[in-house]
Design a protein around this ligand. Structure first.
Ligand SMILES: [Fe+2]
Length: 205
């Protein structure tokens, strides 16, 4: 944790808002997270995302493919309630995957195209899961997406960057070791690895 008096004015202002936000998130999540609670958490996160002045591209440069595209803003000591600034390079995409914890994504800059899926069949051994796209959603500044632990989505970025989003997870993404990715054609399930190489934002909690 940084010493608050060493922080830039911007990082200090950001950190103060993050402290307040995360306290409200903990209170909203405490009774158990359902879609109603997630919608409220998303509204809270959208308010922070509208403060583009606190997330300049100079400070949150796009992170090249091959590692996580995340800067961490906050995470509890037990790895719950983890908040990140996601800054992927243009053109990146993910396969359909779940998270094994709830997740909220809201836009700060650019457009993050999300595809949303439902599971249509699961083999007896669980190794083959067919998914089909049922919806799509563009995460843009001021809008967001809330996902329950079992929800499946994929992300597709165009060349209209810079892309910047806030991602909030029930458990930090470096600790999600049981996420699954689904092959759209064959239904083959493979492990979607926990993120690594997460950077720390100035003033991270
Ligand atoms: Fe995801």
């Amino acid at each position: 944790m940084s010493n608050t008096h060493d922080l830039s004015e911007r990082a200090a202002a950001r950190r103060a808002l993050v402290v307040d936000l995360m306290q409200r998130v903990r209170e909203l999540a405490a009774p158990g997270v359902d879609r109603v609670a997630l919608a409220r958490i998303k509204d809270e996160l959208c308010r922070l995302a509208l403060r583009q002045d606190l997330f300049p591209v100079q400070e949150f440069a796009a992170i090249e493919a091959g590692s996580s595209s995340m800067y961490r803003l906050s995470e509890d000591a037990d790895h719950r309630y983890a908040l990140y600034v996601s800054c992927p390079q243009q053109g990146r995409s993910t396969p359909p995957h779940d998270h094994t914890t709830w997740a909220v994504i809201v836009g700060v800059r650019g457009r993050e195209h999300n595809r949303l899926y439902r599971k249509t069949s699961v083999s007896a051994d669980g190794h083959t899961v067919m998914v089909e796209q049922v919806d799509s959603f563009d995460v843009v500044p001021g809008s967001g997406l809330a996902l329950m632990p079992e929800d499946v989505h994929s992300i597709h970025l165009g060349d209209d960057g810079p892309h910047m989003n806030l991602h909030l997870y029930g458990v930090g993404i470096e600790h999600l070791h049981d996420r699954s990715a689904f092959d759209l054609q064959t239904g083959a399930v493979r492990k979607f690895p926990a993120a690594s190489g997460v950077k720390l934002a100035e003033g991270a909690l």
